[in-house]
Design a protein. Structure first.
Length: 149
């Protein structure tokens, strides 16, 4: 089977059409490409995921010193991780007297999850289409053998 621009694709499907569909899916998401980059970059580090998990589980805004104790991360490193989470919109930090408290914002995580679900649905559809195409090729290849028998 040829590869690249000359590849045979299921009827009505072209490389250009696939690229356009991916672009439209990404554009329809609530998050911009920069937002998605920031969320996934923030979640790429296990310590930031642990920090976000602790903040999200708290019943009230969590003091940074409590968060440092709960995660075992030094206050200086915790501030760097919290800044990354904050840039991604996953948390906010608020000053309350002498303490800084962190609050989780699950809506950004939900939007990223929605994007993942959209991409999963899109690619599942594409793989189903590819499966049907491969099966049709197998059927065509089996026809001459059946005629000889």
């Amino acid at each position: 089977m040829p590869c690249g621009d000359d590849a045979e694709l299921p009827e009505g499907l072209t490389i250009h059409r696939i690229n356009h569909m991916v672009y439209e899916l990404a554009r329809s998401a609530k998050l911009s490409e920069q937002d998605l980059d920031a969320v996934f970059a923030a979640l790429a580090h296990s310590a930031r995921r642990a920090v976000l998990r602790q903040i999200a589980r708290a019943d009230a805004p969590l003091a940074m010193n409590e968060l440092a104790a709960a995660t075992g991360i030094s206050p200086q490193l915790l501030n760097k991780h919290a800044a990354s989470l904050e840039r991604a919109g996953l948390i906010t930090r608020e000053r309350q007297g002498r303490e800084t408290r962190a609050i989780a914002h699950p809506d950004m995580l939900q939007d990223a999850g929605n994007w993942i679900e959209e991409m999963t649905a899109y690619w599942n559809t594409q793989f189903d289409s590819l499966g049907r195409y491969v099966e049709a090729l197998r059927d065509q290849a089996d026809e001459p053998r059946l005629q000889k028998d």
